[in-house]
Write a new protein. Structure first.
Length: 290
């Protein structure tokens, strides 16, 4: 039966996620979909991730490589070139797939060649794997189809990174990942959408996203530098200046009471004529919160 189904390659790039990586790998091994190729690459971990992965590999059939640290985007490009599947799912070594995730996505994409990426909803869990309180959990978002402008202008909710399933041909058409841009999900979503594909997000929970101290989104300077680089790729878009300024204002408000030096750098890039309620709220946080 599996021979008649598309091969899905799941790529886990592991870096210093020893407390989580076994659970992440096991969630892929427990998928109900029968035709999965699992590639696990340790990207120069300094903890005991490699020993934990090797222990799992003794019991299960998956491909495992180790390498000196190269970064996620370079690692993904290498793994995609090796992948045999026509569908590719990069997956975080600290996240968890629900058992029928891949099966649901493959079934949905089967007759929709225009869909370059299929995604779904996520649940949040803390560092220990416990669900977040209901009031802090993300809402269930219904089905949505996104094109380039939906993403670039943030007209609809973004597809969550732990649920992305790509057509390999769409990744190749987009030219893969850019190793100089380390925020891989937004970069590749915009590239694939700009190549003419749709991103369809199913109204179904497919993964659990682990929130912990080393999540990339908590590094504000990292997020700002990479998102501005990505936006600059589309500076010919008629709404580029609006999109860039809206992002600067949003990040100014976000950093105003937790990284005042960075907030002041952002404020210097926002002309007075662009000041709105968010800027004024940020100024209150910047100068009157301690």
């Amino acid at each position: 039966m599996a021979d008649n189904l598309p091969l899905v390659t799941v790529i886990i790039s592991s870096y210093n996620h020893a407390p989580y990586v076994e659970e992440s790998i096991q969630s892929v091994l427990n998928q109900t979909y029968p035709n999965i190729e699992l590639l696990v690459i340790d990207d120069g971990s300094t903890d005991d991730s490699v020993a934990r992965i090797r222990h799992l590999k003794e019991k299960h059939d998956f491909t495992f490589h180790t390498q000196a640290n190269r970064g996620l985007t370079a690692t993904l490009n290498t793994a995609i070139a090796e992948a045999k599947g026509s569908l590719i799912a990069p997956f975080g070594s600290d996240d968890f797939m629900l058992p029928d995730r891949i099966a649901a996505q493959v079934e949905y994409m089967a007759d929709k060649p225009e869909v370059g990426i299929c995604a779904g909803n996520i649940e949040l869990m803390d560092a220990d794997g416990f669900p977040f309180p209901q009031k802090r959990a993300p809402k269930e978002i219904p089905f949505r189809r996104l094109d380039f402008d939906d993403l670039f202008l943030e007209r609809k909710p973004y597809p969550p990174a732990p649920t992305l399933l790509f057509r390999k041909e769409a990744l190749e058409k987009a030219g893969g990942f850019d190793p100089s841009i380390r925020l891989e999900d937004l970069y590749i979503e915009l590239k694939i959408a700009s190549a003419g594909y749709y991103i369809d997000c199913l109204g179904k929970t497919m993964a659990r996203y682990r929130k912990h101290a080393t999540n990339s989104y908590k590094n504000h300077r990292f997020m700002i530098d990479n998102i501005l680089k990505i936006y600059a790729m589309y500076q010919d878009h008629p709404q580029y200046k609006f999109v860039r300024m809206r992002f600067l204002v949003s990040m100014f408000l976000k950093t105003a009471n937790c990284d005042k030096a960075l907030a002041r750098e952002l404020l210097a890039q926002i002309p007075f004529k662009q000041w709105n309620k968010k800027v004024w709220r940020g100024l209150g946080r910047l100068y009157f919160s301690f």
